[in-house]
Every structure is written in C-alpha cells, then in structure tokens.
Design a protein around this ligand. Structure first.
Ligand code: PLP
Length: 636
C-alpha cells in the first residue's frame, strides 16, 4: 500500500486488504468492515467465465460503484451544510452536476436520484446535454436547478425556454453578450419568462493548466462592461427581474482555498453590485474546480493535487460570500457549485490486464566474440574501447559510462555508413548494457503490454499529460520485483503510459512471464483509479478500439458481498466500424462472397463429388470466423 500511496489518493474509498488485494469501501468513511469488497472478486466475477456466476465480459472493464457516487454527493452536501451552519449563513447550498464530466446514462440518473433529497440539479453545455439533462430531471426534485451554459443558438435557447415551460427550474446563463438578444426575442415570442444568469469573467486567475479559461483574457464569460450592458438592456425591456444568477468558473483543479476565496470574493462583489443595480439576484454559482488529490500528497503544488478537502472548500466559499454580503448588507445568496471531477472521479475504476512483459535484451558476448568485435572497429572506436577498459580498471565509473556512450554513438554512425554489420551493432549494445549493469545504474525497465487503448480509456494522459494512480489490484503482499512502463494495443508511439504519480518514469510492478501473463499467478490485473470524470466522455476510437465493458456493482447484504446490477460488454468491432460510417453487414457479405469465389477457384481441380462437400464446409467455416470477428470486441 505504501509503495503505491493507496492511503493517500484512495482514502476513504480504497485500501489494501489482508489478502494483498485492493478493497473497495463503498460508503467511504461510513463503511463497516464487513461491507468492504475485494476488487479482485469483482473482476473475476465480471470477466472469468470459469468462476461461479462469472459473466465472461472481456477486459478492459470499467467497474462503476453507485454507492461511491452517492457517498460523494452526500459528503459534498454535508460539507456545505456544516459550513453554512457553523458560519450562520442565511441561505442554503444547492449544487448541480456538469454532465460533460461523464454523460453516461446511469451516472446522470444516479446523481439525479441520489441528489433529489437535497435538490441537486444538472448543468448542460450543449444541446444534446440539455436534452439529456431535461429528461433526467423530469424524475428529479422540481426545485433542482438546470443550468444552461455553453455557446447558444436560437435552437438551444428555445429548448431551454421549453424546459421552463416543463416546470424544470432552468437558468439560461449568458456566456456571450449576443445571446441576450436571442433570449429576449425568443422569450417574448414564446411568451415564457426566463430566468437569466450571467457568466462573469473574473480578474482572479488560476495559474495551473486548467486555469487558462480564467482571468480577463479567458475564453468565456462577460466583462464588467458587458455585464453592465446586460443590466441596461434587461431594464429597457422590463426584464431585469429575470436576472437572478451570477456564475463564474476559474478552471478545474483549483489548487488552494486561498485562490478559491479570491475568486468567490470577487464574484460576491459583482453579485452585490448587481443587487444594487436592481437585478433580482438569488443565486451565486461558483462553477467547478473542486479538486481531486490524484497523487495523495495534499500539497496543491501541481495540477495533480489540491491542498484542501471538501470541508475546507465549503468553508472557504461560505466565509468569502458571507464576508462580502454582510459588509454590503445584502441577503445571502443560494450557493450553487458545478463540481464534476470531485463527484464522479472516484466512482469508477478501469481494470486492464498486463498480457506480456518484455525487456529489450542485448545479446551476451563470449571473450572471443568480444575480441572479434574490437578487431572489426575503426581506430577511433577502438580508442574509445581502450579508454573504457582503462577507466574501468581505475574504478572511474562515471568516465566508463561516458566512453561507453561515445563508443555506442560511434558504432551507430559506422552502421549507418555501412562500415559495420548488424552483429557489431548488437555487440556494442551488449557491451554497453554489461557496463551499465556492472556499475549498477541501468536497472532495465520492462515494457508491460496492456490490453487497453490509452486514446480510448486514458485520453487525458495522451492529450494533456494528466496522471492517474495506476496500481496492481492484487499481489500487494508481494514486493514488486520489476519496473515497467505500460504499452497499449494501438499502433501509435503515443499509446503508452510512461509517467506515473510521484514523478516516476516507470512503475513498480510484479514479474509476469514473458508472454501470456501469469507466472503461475493467473492474469495480472492493473487498476486505474480516479478516472470517473472526463475520461469516458473524451475517449476516441483511435485504431478502432472502442470503450471497455462496464459493470455496475453495489454493496449488498452479507459479509463482503456485492451484486452486479448491470453488465454491458464494450462495443464490438461492428459497433466501432459503424462509428466511422462503415456498414458491417455489407462488409460481411462482401467478404463472404469473395471467400466463396476464391474457394470455388481452389477446388475447381478436384473431382466433381468431393468439390461440393469441400466447398460447403469451407464456406461455413469462413462465414463463422468472419461473423465472430465482427461480433467480438477489438481487444485481446
Ligand atoms: N462548470 C464549467 C463551466 C466548466 O467549464 C467545468 C469544467 O471545466 C465544470 C463546471 C466542471 O469542473 P470540475 O470538473 O473541475 O468540477
């Protein structure tokens, strides 16, 4: 556990149990010992057709834990409730979930259901997101907010107005000044009184990667001048009472409560100015940005960690708003946040298998081979070799490495010229590896081939270098004996994970046999944690690898018991082909037809009677092989 810092990033949901496996604590800090679930048992049940009740789903696999989702929502709500009570804040907290973080149907439906007792709502940033949010909220609390962000055209705005007509508590948040004219025109045309919000461009700037949307030059939101012009326009058309919400978002992974308090304080000043100018202000929506401690350090000194927990976050918000409102003597607003990452990250775990491990192996060399090697070198290269050996005799190891590198580079150049052959090149590799090993600097890093597509399942690693905790989910009672990087199934050099939490360029892993997993221990499973936000929504189909299989797993009665409440295999080869507008049924017919033609040619020399039989059997075998390939998932 200590090697992988599970206690740091995993608490209170993940720990290591006595069997050396990762265990899930589905209710966070409220989990009783007998409610803990062994993750390996879930994986076995979902994937192993031989285990009792095994579902035989192919890996990679996402394990979705609705209990964790519920606990995250309740913990966030409690953090605000507690801060509000302790500060005698005179209103309440009512959050929304930004569906962009993970639009998966069951994630959104669960959030609406679990959040209903405390009016938890949804945020949408596009028309399809709005449609899904509208339909999900029909089953939610009628007071829950439906916050409409993002670029808006007339169709988006008409839809948002319709949502109000459907008695959904909808707020149209202006991201651009021009949207106001459309809102005014369409609401008059449809005779629907809108509730309008404005996204403010704050001066407070978050300097991390995710802060590029913040500050005066940020991509989104209205400047002070534009907000004043919105007020004026609404006043002119008699709609200033519709202006009820102020929103801002300074970026994801806000590193510290200090920065948060600066942003919230600045927004609270704008809010109070809007009250002074006659707007009917009710809600301050502080956007997303509530962070996750991916590396478990709680340091806040990189995008991977934040220096606060839910309680400190909520307290900083409540105090900053109360301070401004009390000074200006205005009513405390309802507090809304659009926390996405913090709600959904923990609830899903991506499981994949290391199927083989290789280490680039240089050939070994006999003394005779070494002599031949030296004899075949040019004078310069021979001088490097002599310098290398005398540095070794003197025990000057740094110098040894220097000459070894120089010799290697010289030999690569000689190979390029055609002066030396492949055997010489292999021999210099062997010599350099021997020197490295003898000096003890070159612990070879293995490449673990994993049944995964980085582009599909960890797109943020590829796109923005985001790191996630990756840990073997079993054998944690054994000291890992190797270091490895993870290389995926795609034919793309970016399809690898070679940076890990803690700044490491390789991961401590257990030995597995060269090919085909195992080492007598069965498959070697790795888990990627905290990837429940954004990864599923962003993943593409590079090399036509589609998404993973998914199981939904709830804690159930009985010691350490769980129930798989839903199991879905990932997209088949046909499904991913359709994404690129191929027609698998037609492709199947084309290939079958071609096979029939080829087989007819092959068998035309046969005698009449054997031909038909032969032909028929061959066709059936080809058709079933093709059908299987179209039907199965693209993974191993
Ligand atoms: N709200 C808005 C407007 C956003 O742009 C985002 C994400 O970038 C979020 C909320 C969610 O942020 P987070 O996942 O950091 O909570």
């Amino acid at each position: 556990a200590a090697l992988y810092r599970v206690d740091g990033w995993g608490a209170p949901y993940f720990a290591v149990n006595n069997s050396g496996n990762i265990s899930v604590r589905p209710h966070g800090g409220d989990t009783l010992p007998h409610q803990e679930i062994d993750l390996l048992k879930i994986v076995k049940k979902a994937s192993d057709p031989k285990s009792v009740g095994g579902l035989g789903l192919p890996l990679p696999l996402i394990i979705r834990l609705p209990d964790v989702l519920k606990n995250r929502l309740e913990s966030l709500q409690s953090a605000f409730d507690f801060a509000i009570q302790s500060q005698s804040y005179d209103s309440h907290y009512q959050g929304v979930y930004p569906v962009k973080c993970n639009q998966e149907r069951f994630v959104v439906e669960d959030i609406v259901k679990f959040g209903s007792p405390f009016r938890f709502g949804l945020e949408a940033g596009s028309k399809p997101e709005l449609l899904l949010a509208m339909s999900c909220l029909c089953k939610g609390n009628p007071d829950a907010f439906l916050v409409c962000n993002g670029f808006k055209d007339a169709e988006y705005i008409s839809l948002a107005l319709l949502a109000r007509k459907l008695a959904l508590n909808t707020v149209i948040v202006l991201e651009q000044e021009e949207e106001l004219d459309l809102v005014i025109a369409l609401s008059q045309k449809l005779s629907i009184r809108p509730v309008i919000g404005v996204r403010a461009k704050l001066r407070t700037k978050h300097s991390g990667h995710f802060g590029s949307t913040s500050g005066e030059k940020g991509k989104f939101g209205l400047t002070t001048t534009q907000i004043l012009s919105v007020v004026k326009k609404l006043e002119q058309v008699g709609m200033l009472d519709c202006f009820q919400l102020l929103h801002f978002h300074i970026g994801s992974q806000i590193p510290s409560t200090g920065l948060l308090a600066d942003g919230v304080g600045e927004a609270a000043q704008i809010y109070s100015e809007l009250v002074r100018l006659g707007a009917n202000m009710q809600v301050l929506d502080i956007g997303g940005g509530l962070g996750i401690d991916y590396d478990g350090t709680q340091s806040g000194d990189s995008d991977l960690s934040v220096a606060y927990g839910l309680g400190e976050y909520a307290l900083a918000v409540v105090q900053a708003v109360k301070f401004v409102c009390d000074r200006k003597n205005i009513k405390h607003p309802v507090l809304c946040s659009e926390s996405g990452r913090a709600i959904v990250s923990h609830h899903s775990i991506l499981i994949f298998e290391a199927v083989s491990a290789t280490v680039s192996k240089a050939a070994t060399m006999t003394p005779l081979a070494l002599q031949c090697f030296v004899d075949g070198l040019t004078d310069d290269a021979r001088a490097d070799y002599r310098n290398l050996t005398s540095a070794a005799m003197r025990g000057e190891y740094e110098t040894c490495l220097l000459y070894a590198d120089q010799l290697k580079q010289r030999c690569v150049d000689l190979f390029r010229d055609g002066t030396i052959g492949m055997e010489h090149l292999a021999a210099v590799d062997a010599l350099c590896e021997f020197v490295g090993k003898a000096i003890g600097v070159a612990e070879p890093v293995k490449t673990y081939h994993v049944n995964l597509s980085v582009f599909t399942s960890v797109p943020d690693f590829w796109g923005i270098g985001q790191l996630f905790p990756i840990v073997p989910i079993h054998r944690l009672d054994e000291r890992p004996g190797a270091r490895g990087i993870l290389s995926d199934l795609t034919c793309d050099s970016d399809g690898k994970i070679n940076k890990f939490i803690g700044g490491e360029e390789s991961l401590l892993l257990h030995e597995i046999e060269g090919n085909g997993g195992g080492n007598g221990n069965g498959p070697y499973y790795l888990g990627m944690f905290l990837g429940g936000a954004y990864e599923e929504a962003l993943g593409g189909v590079h090399n036509l690898f589609g998404g993973p299989s998914v199981v939904r797993v709830s804690q159930s009665d009985g010691p350490h018991s769980f129930a798989v409440t839903r199991a879905t295999p990932g997209p088949s080869c046909s499904d991913v082909l359709r994404v690129m507008h191929h027609e698998p049924e037609l492709m199947f017919e084309t290939l079958k037809h071609r096979a029939e033609e080829m087989m007819y040619d092959d068998s035309s020399d046969d005698g009449e009677s054997s031909m038909d039989h032969h032909h028929h059997r061959g066709n059936a075998a080809v058709a079933s092989c093709l059908a299987r390939s179209f039907h199965n998932m693209p993974y191993l």
